[in-house]
Design a protein around this ligand. Structure first.
Ligand code: RB5
Length: 151
């Protein structure tokens, strides 16, 4: 689901600064474009603020894909999914990372920085980026999109 033209944005709160930095470096090593938002090391913040910035910038088309990391990934996923057009998936293992792309066309990947070893987290990022969406699931995504008009 990515190539050299894919624009990614990576955000975190204070609980996952080092994982955010590692993800950005990893994406750039892969030849992808990666922007970074979030606190500097030692600085505290509220995760919904950065979730909203990343989610809005993906929903608007400024970026193609987003990654959000906090302590558990839970808060980031809850917040990002409030933004219309966002399908944020919290994943914990290679299978859910692949399924998030293949079945859900997740445009934001969420990870828990306090749960995952760095190398394992980067492997999950690769599983997500290297998996294609299966168009046969498109009608289900349309049903998810239609739920946004209930808000
Ligand atoms: C911050 O302490 C923590 O609550 C946050 O990183 C995240 O885990 C929230 O879901």
């Amino acid at each position: 689901m990515s190539d050299g033209a894919t624009r990614l944005v990576v955000g975190s709160d204070h609980a996952a600064v080092s994982l955010r930095q590692a993800i950005v470096a990893h994406l750039r090593e892969r030849g992808l474009q990666a922007a970074e938002i979030g606190p500097a090391p030692g600085e505290r913040c509220d995760y919904p603020d950065h979730a909203a910035t990343v989610a809005r910038s993906v929903a608007s088309g400024e970026f193609d894909l987003g990654l959000l990391v906090c302590g558990t990934g839970i808060g980031m996923s809850i917040a990002a999914n409030k933004i219309p057009g966002i399908r944020a998936a919290l994943v914990h293992d290679p299978f859910t990372a692949q399924m998030a792309a293949m079945h859900n066309d997740a445009n934001v990947l969420c990870l828990g920085g306090r749960l995952l070893a760095e190398a394992y987290a980067l492997d999950l990022v690769d599983h997500w980026l290297d998996t294609e969406f299966e168009e046969r699931h498109g009608a289900r995504l349309a049903k998810i999109t239609s739920l946004e008009s209930e808000a």
